[in-house]
Design a binder for this molecule. Structure first.
Ligand code: SF4
Length: 417
């Protein structure tokens, strides 16, 4: 018994994770909210015998709108020198705030089921190290009542596109078709994703909404077979995505490349200079984050080849998890429709490959390797579906422009080969 209106769906396959205690998620990237009762409970543990916490404010804000305080270096006040949580060490995991216990998992409502999604900004997730996700099911099941309110079962399925609704069963059938394309044997990842770009564009038809389950399966099977046959013959001709589109693309990269930290005073001048350099695309890439190497923009526009080996495997795992978890549309992605969310997910491919190229070029590599892709996954997924910036009208406009079928395909091929 979970005491929740939700049941937990089967865990996504092919991805593993165990916390390695690196402490990255406790170093100022997340605001951990607390009610007055939460704050009183944690204060009552008594911290004055700990020299690091004696007399230190533990929370900011007041009443039911409080947040766990951060030190001057951005780290959570409860983070100990050994990268472990002081609350956890003293009172056990259950004493921590639910957001801290949940990370890096996300629970996505789908009718009465909760899908298990996971954030790839955690290094252990990006590199897929640890235990099968199914081993975390019991802990997540226990958290369901705290994470998903019972009335969330009434949330409607996102529309297929615009105002065209088809309901969860049809959306799940379409998700299976996308997963079938992603799993296509003997096809590289770039060709598989170009096929998904075409599928997404093909499904933007009101006629899809009129098909019943069996007929929809029939149509999807035929379309998938046709797309696979076409993808096998696809020469992946690199067509320049267009000057204006690359300009918009670099602006979106600038948003995804940010890693603002709580308590860090924003240097508005520096932020403006970085944005200006991203817009211009000349000279070297600005250091949006401390580990961004100084690489000329021009060095990232050539051919790096299609991702292979662990570089391709890591990206494939990422897309499989996001699809199985439905972590790309509706609630997890700014309440966008299924196909807008799918296009947003497809756009992450050239975006992540641009970051991966940056990290590979910083080590003078002519092709992508696993560390470059793992780091790119971390960078992008700190923002995907999370930052409110990506939901602003300007970003929605850029998203619409860049996910137009021809442009999106050009970007996928340009950075994916
Ligand atoms: S970032 Fe990931 S591995 Fe590091 S402490 Fe947080 S959950 Fe654990």
């Amino acid at each position: 018994m979970t005491g929740s209106a939700f049941t937990l769906a089967a865990a996504p396959r092919g991805q593993v994770y165990s916390c390695e205690g690196c402490g990255k998620c406790c170093r100022g990237y997340f605001a951990i909210a607390a009610t007055a009762a939460d704050a009183d409970r944690i204060r009552a543990i008594g911290w004055d015998d700990d020299p690091a916490l004696a007399g230190v404010p533990l929370f900011t804000g007041s009443g039911d709108k409080q947040f766990i305080a951060h030190r001057a270096d951005g780290a959570c006040v409860f983070l100990d020198d050994d990268n472990l949580c002081r609350i956890h060490k003293r009172c056990g995991e259950d004493a921590k705030q639910v957001a801290c216990r949940l990370y890096p998992f996300i629970l996505v409502p789908e009718g009465t089921r909760a899908r298990m999604d996971i954030r790839f900004d955690c290094p252990a997730v990006a590199a897929s190290r640890g235990a099968a996700l199914s081993t975390h099911a019991a802990g997540l099941r226990a958290m369901l009542p705290s994470v998903l309110p019972d009335d969330a079962v009434r949330l409607p399925a996102p529309p297929l596109f615009g105002r065209v609704t088809v309901g969860w069963p049809a959306l799940l059938r379409i998700t299976d078709a996308v997963l079938a394309l992603l799993a296509a044997p003997k096809l590289d990842l770039t060709r598989r994703l170009t096929a998904v770009v075409t599928l997404s564009a093909t499904l933007r038809s009101r006629r899809i909404a009129d098909l019943d389950g069996g007929k929809l399966d029939e149509v999807l099977n035929k379309v998938v077979a046709r797309l696979l046959a076409a993808a096998k013959e696809d020469p992946l001709t690199r067509v320049h995505p267009g000057g204006v589109n690359l300009l918009l693309f670099r602006q979106v990269l600038g948003v995804y490349g940010r890693a603002d930290r709580i308590g860090e005073r924003a240097d508005v001048g520096e932020r403006f200079r970085h944005a200006w350099r991203m817009l211009g695309g000349r000279g070297t890439v600005p250091p949006l984050q401390a580990d961004f190497p100084e690489v000329p923009f021009a060095a990232l526009e050539g051919m790096f080849g299609v991702p292979e080996g662990e570089a391709a495997a890591a990206l494939t795992r990422y897309y499989r998890v996001k699809l199985q978890a439905l972590g790309f549309c509706g609630v997890p992605f700014y309440h966008r429709s299924f196909l807008d969310g799918l296009d947003g997910l497809l756009l992450t491919y050239p975006l992540q490959l641009w970051f991966a190229r940056l990290f590979a070029a910083g080590r003078n590599l002519p092709a992508l390797d696993a560390p470059a892709v793992h780091r790119a996954l971390e960078v992008l997924n700190h923002q995907f579906g999370i930052t409110p910036l990506l939901n602003l009208p300007t970003e929605r406009y850029r998203h619409t422009q860049l996910t137009e079928r021809t442009t999106l395909r050009a970007l996928v091929v340009w950075y994916g080969s």
